[in-house]
Ligand binder design. Structure first.
Ligand code: NAD
Length: 400
């Protein structure tokens, strides 16, 4: 079939297998071009490994430091008539390239919040790898089915206390609108913490630790976002921020446990990028369009792959074995460039000036749109989008 993008709100319902593969290849090429991560991890588990920051983490581990990787994700395969999810094609491409490079790579497709996923991963590590020396926790999900009761809990992208009003982009119509979001109820905040807080990361690390499959010096990182006053009302001071605060709590608890053997647990605060998760957050597309323009002008622009590669090389696995630079909450701060006053001040000045008429001129909204389409495999250089392509790709992850 000829596959073209079909956008509905903040999702594209079609995906391009060749384009997704090209996207993965591009990230692999970036990491390889930086040379080997000399002190890198050797056996790595990535939870949420099929897109965004988790995919880049798996690529950095495999192609930066020749690591064997196990990836966990929740994606839909294609059938004859319908394309699979982008994450399905990304994971398929990753495995293909990893196997071609002679690297161990196995994947599990299913609900990472379930005890079955943990059991399956432990079984796989015991059978194939013995132990692992790094665990990346990179889930972004609007729902979590509790492993204890089976109850399905939903997270909210809402402020706390009062309604949040701001200019935003209607990404369907490419126009500036006034967005207004009602505050989350106490229950919604609690539920958001249940879904996106630290509990599940703790369940994972404790299960792996109890099963004896972590090396004593195993490092685990979970990803977070803080942002600045510009996005605080909707993010850090909103329901999601409370969940990320809970991730900080979990990091302290896990770090205390892993430290004894020389291991560590840290939250890594990352920069804003275009992913399926971030494009669903109100106001984010406008902020991203502005901050991209400003960071590019200052030579500071990074995507997922550049961020994670920098985290591996300059923080977690430095050539001289030096310890990472942590903030007062024990967090790695890869958002340092984005938070520079020069960047944020320029954003604050630009924000009130943006109108529907000048949106494409004064911001990088076109780049935002291009990056969004790229998530689904569209707009990649060298891909013939007029060619007939089968939605089916060769890929058989372990299904839960
Ligand atoms: N996107 C940003 O701008 C940004 C910035 C800083 C931090 N982060 C953080 O990075 C982390 C990853 O976010 P992302 O933006 O890369 O998201 P993403 O949507 O690109 O990827 C999410 C991953 O989680 C997996 N997943 C979701 N639900 C699952 C489930 N139930 N079981 C198994 N796998 C599941 C998906 O398959 C996918 O691999 C999140 O913690 C997010 O808060 C994102």
């Amino acid at each position: 079939m000829i596959i073209t993008p079909k956008i509905r709100g903040f999702i594209c319902t079609t995906t391009h297998p060749t384009g997704c593969e090209a996207n993965v290849a591009e990230q692999i090429a970036y990491t390889k071009a930086q040379g080997k991560v000399t002190n890198g991890p050797k056996r790595v588990l990535v939870i949420g490994s099929s897109s965004g920051y988790g995919l880049s983490s798996r690529i950095a581990a495999a192609f930066g430091s020749d690591a064997a990787t196990i990836g966990v994700f929740f994606e839909k395969p294609a059938n004859e008539k319908k394309t699979g999810t982008a994450g399905w094609y990304n994971a398929a491409a990753f495995e293909k390239f990893a196997h071609e490079a002679g690297l161990y790579a196995k994947s599990i497709n299913g609900d990472a919040f379930s005890n079955e996923a943990r059991d399956k991963v432990i079984e796989l590590i015991k059978a194939d790898l013995g132990t692992i020396d790094m665990v990346v926790y990179s889930l972004a999900s609007p729902v979590r089915k509790l492993p204890t009761t089976g109850e399905v809990v939903r997270s909210s992208l809402k402020p706390i206390g009062e309604p949040y009003r701001s200019t935003a982009i209607d990404t369907n119509k490419d126009v500036i609108i006034e967005a207004s979001i009602e505050p989350a109820t106490e229950q919604e905040v609690a539920d958001t913490i249940t879904v996106m807080g630290g509990e599940d990361w703790e369940l994972w690390i404790n299960a792996l630790n109890d099963a004896g499959v972590l090396t004593p010096n195993c490092k685990t990182v979970a990803y977070s976002y803080i942002g600045t006053d510009i996005t605080w009302p909707i993010y850090w001071h909103g329901a999601l921020g409370k969940a990320k605060e809970d991730l900080d709590r979990a990091a302290q608890a896990l770090n205390a446990k892993l430290q004894a053997g020389g291991g560590s647990a840290n939250v890594a605060v990352l920069k804003s990028v275009v992913t399926q998760a971030s494009s669903a957050i109100p106001v984010m597309p406008l902020y991203l369009a502005m901050v991209f323009k400003i960071m590019r002008a200052q030579g500071l622009h990074e995507g997922c792959m550049q961020q994670i590669d920098r985290m591996f090389r300059t923080q977690l696995f430095q050539d001289d074995g030096a310890a990472p630079t942590l903030d007062d909450q024990n967090r790695l701060r890869l958002d340092d460039w984005e938070l520079r006053e020069s960047v944020q001040q320029a954003c604050r000045e630009l924000w009130p000036q943006v109108t529907t008429e000048n949106l494409f001129d004064v911001t990088d909204y076109q780049l935002y749109k291009d990056e969004f389409l790229k998530l689904f495999g569209f707009g990649l250089e060298g891909v013939d989008y007029a060619a007939d392509v089968s939605p089916l790709v060769e890929f058989s992850p372990i299904e839960l």
